[in-house]
Each structure stands twice: as C-alpha cells, then as structure tokens.
Design a protein around this ligand. Structure first.
Ligand SMILES: NC(=O)c1ccc[n+]([C@@H]2O[C@H](COP(=O)([O-])OP(=O)(O)OC[C@H]3O[C@@H](n4cnc5c(N)ncnc54)[C@H](OP(=O)(O)O)[C@@H]3O)[C@@H](O)[C@H]2O)c1
Length: 408
C-alpha cells in the first residue's frame, strides 16, 4: 500500500503517471499535480479509458512547485509516502525542502540548476545529505535514463563484468523522426541550456573543457546504425567519477542531426538562446523563455514519431587479468511508446526508470537515509525491472563503439 505524489504533467509526467497506474499493486494511490491542472486531467482521462490502467486510483491537483508552503500544504493534505518530481530542475530544491518539512521520501530525474546561470551540478542537492539522513528520509537523484539507467548499467558492469574498470563512455542516440523542422525531445529550455554549454570530459582524473559540440565522431549504434555523436558534459559523469574513483576517463556522447545543429547554430547566433533579460517595448523578455513558448511541447511530439533510440554504456577495464570492454544498452521504438502510453521514446525512457526507482523505494528493496545517486544502490533489482516494465536491455562483450584512444 503506497501513496505517491507525482509533480509535473509534461512529456515525462505523462509516462510516469501511466506506468505507476499500470503498477497499481505498488502504487495503490496516485496524485498527479502540476502548474496546469488541465494537463493532469487530460492524462488521467486517458488512464481511466485504458483497460490496462482503469483499475488505478488516481486524482489530480494544481500546485506551484516553486512555492514551499503550497507544496507542504498539498503533501500534508494528501499524505504521500514519496514525492516523484518530474517538473523542471528549477523546482528540485523547493520540492526537497517541502519533503523535509513534511517527512516524505523524494525522487527526481534531473539535477538542480539555477534559472539565471546555465549550470547544473550536484553540489546543491548533495548539500541536503545530513538533513535527509537526520530525518531518516531517502532522496534519490537522477533516476531517469541518463542520468538513471546509465548509472545502473555502470554499477551492474562493475558488479558482474569487470574487475578494474577505468574508462567509461556513455552513448545516447535518438535516430527518430518527429517530422518537425526543429523541436526538442524534452523541455526546450532545459535542453537548449544543456547543449549550448561548453563540453567537458574526465581525463586522467581531471575535467577537460571543450567548446560546445566541438568534438564529434561517428558511433555505430546497435539496432540503429552509424550516427554522428557529439561530446557533451552530462550530469551523471560527476556522480559516477565520484562513486567509482578508479574511473580515469569518462565521456558522454549524444547524436544530433544536421537540421538540429543548423537551427541551433542560427538561434544561438541571433541571440535567441540567451537567458538574460532583454528590454523589448518596455517589457523584460528572456529570449530562451520566449523561444520555448514557440517550440512544440515534448508531450506533443509522440503521434507519428518513427524510429528508435539506443542509449548505452561502454565500460573498459580488466577481466581475469586481461583488458576487456563491455557494452550494455537499450533500444526503444518511438511508435511502440506512442501505442502504449501516447508518448515519444525520450519521455518513455525517462518515465519508466523513475517509476521503477520509486517502486523499489516504496517496497523497501532500495532503502537508506540521506541523498543517493542511483549507482550507490544494488543494480540487480533495477535491471530485472527494466525487462519487466518495457525497457529490455542487452549486453555485448568485447565490442568497442567508441575507441579508447579516440583523437579528442
Ligand atoms: N534523466 C533523464 O533521462 C531525463 C530525460 C529527459 C527529461 N528529464 C527531465 O524530466 C523533467 C521533465 O521533462 P519533460 O520533458 O516532461 O518537460 P515538460 O514537458 O516541459 O514538462 C514539465 C512539466 O513541469 C511542470 N512545471 C514547470 N514548472 C512548474 C512549477 N513551478 N510548478 C508545478 N509544475 C511545474 C510543467 O507545467 P506546465 O505544463 O504548466 O508548463 C510541465 O507539466 C525535466 O526536469 C527534464 O530535465 C530527464
């Protein structure tokens, strides 16, 4: 018997709500709350009309997750065991504050970033360690796909495949087609802030910075084929090199098509990706916020989306005294996601792991007091649940998708 409060009713919130409703023996009561209640109501109407989820007990509410007293009042009224945050990274700290105030566990899929600086790092949320520990509460950070499943894949290979892993490459390919000239697969503001930042990778135990999208190379993705992949800084690199200190080299690669790069370059060159306020006819306008208002919502991209994603982790180390490489990955089909939960694969691959992490916490399989990254917990039950809940994974031994000696 567990009550969950889901905050956020965008592309990911839709998937989380539907997967929790499918898993209604664990999630016996669900409240879906967001800034715009009508979006929650539309998702719940779909849940009630599907034979697979009609038995779920689910209600909706309006909440401003920037407002701690408002959040705390909602939590006190509903009394959830866990708050599952799939609003935006800006709301992480206010929701964590409300959980501490009301004595409730916490889970999210993206680390905090301040609105006025395009910078994400774990320092702000790791600083909550003692407060969660003192209250006997658990906060699980970054439980989507990347971060999330990529951290679990890394922990699983450390546990089962390699003795001394020292080189990590995370590869993220979306080979899908949504038919739009330019759109982002998750929140446009957060996505564009991430992609336009400088790149960064871990080399010999230190961060090396690059210009945005400066380094790229083709990667041959299983189930998809070769795609140009760009080196980015991604948040799980920070926690993985902390928790697996023997990793001396760590990189993250993501694919972008030429159309996406062309549009992003033009938008950046004309100032549309700026996050500082600009005076326009007596109003202060933040260009990126205005751009977000023009772009398609991620939740609207699913219908007619074709193609697949392939996201995986390559880990290199030693096995029985010799050097060895392992690659663990998932391939996900956009159209199948649409058929199941009316979502595209990027929302699906984020929402399913968030549901799984919450279920493991609520059933006591994953437990602890304090703030955790996913790789600190036993990967085995999570790996088993991925196969059950729609994200089956596969393993390749002795295949190198990204050469260790890549010219950077
Ligand atoms: N780890 C991963 O693999 C991964 C991958 C993709 C995305 N993510 C993360 O998942 C989260 C959701 O992404 P998404 O694609 O679903 O974004 P989205 O479609 O833009 O949805 C965001 C939702 O949050 C709501 N929201 C925003 N501010 C709020 C506030 N102050 N109070 C209450 N609700 C608020 C929005 O409400 P409105 O509808 O009123 O705007 C919307 O429903 C983001 O943090 C993103 O970074 C993680």
């Amino acid at each position: 018997m567990a009550r969950v409060l889901i905050i956020g009713a965008g592309g990911v919130g839709n998937v989380v709500a539907k997967k929790c409703a499918q898993n209604h023996t664990v999630f016996t009561d669900i409240l879906l709350a967001s800034r715009t209640k009508s979006k929650c109501d539309a998702i719940v109407a779909e849940i009630r009309s599907s034979a697979r989820t009609a038995a779920a007990t689910i209600a909706t509410a309006q909440v401003d997750a920037d407002n701690v007293p408002e959040l705390a009042a909602l939590i006190r009224a509903y009394k959830p065991h866990l708050v599952l945050n799939v609003a935006l990274p800006y709301q992480d700290l206010t929701i964590m504050d409300a959980c501490l105030e009301t004595g409730v566990h916490y889970l999210d899929t993206a680390n905090y970033e301040p609105r006025d600086v395009a910078k994400f790092e774990y320092s702000w949320q790791w600083a909550y360690q003692k407060r969660f520990e003192d209250k006997g509460l658990m906060a699980l950070l970054g439980c989507g796909f990347d971060p999330g499943v990529t951290n679990v894949f890394t922990a699983w290979m450390h546990k089962h495949c390699l003795e001394n892993a020292f080189a990590l490459d995370i590869v993220d390919c979306n080979a899908g087609n949504h038919g739009k000239a330019f759109a982002t697969n998750f929140n446009p503001e957060i996505n564009i802030r991430e992609i336009t930042q400088n790149g960064r990778y871990w080399q010999d135990g230190q961060w090396v910075e690059t210009q945005p999208l400066e380094i790229h190379r083709p990667v041959d993705y299983p189930g998809v084929g070769p795609r140009e992949s760009y080196l980015l800084y991604h948040e799980e690199l920070e926690s993985l090199v902390k928790h697996f200190p023997k990793i001396r080299h760590a990189r993250f690669w993501m694919t972008f098509g030429p159309e996406y790069i062309k549009h992003l370059t033009v938008l950046k060159n004309v100032g549309m990706t700026r996050i500082d306020p600009v005076d326009f006819q007596g109003h202060k306008v933040i260009p990126l916020e205005f751009l977000k208002a023009l772009l398609p919502e991620p939740s609207s991209l699913g219908s007619g989306y074709t193609g697949k994603t392939c996201i995986g982790v390559q880990l290199h180390g030693t096995k029985a005294g010799s050097e060895a490489t392992h690659f663990v990955y998932n391939v996900c089909d956009h159209a199948e996601c649409w058929q199941e939960v009316q979502a595209q694969a990027v929302s699906y691959t984020t929402g399913v792991p968030a549901m799984i992490g919450a279920a493991l916490m609520l059933t006591g399989v994953w437990k602890g007091a304090g703030v955790f990254n996913v790789e600190q917990l036993d990967p085995d039950p999570f790996m088993a649940a991925l196969n059950t809940w729609g994200l089956p994974w596969q393993e390749l031994a002795d295949v190198q998708l990204v050469p260790l000696t890549a010219e950077l």
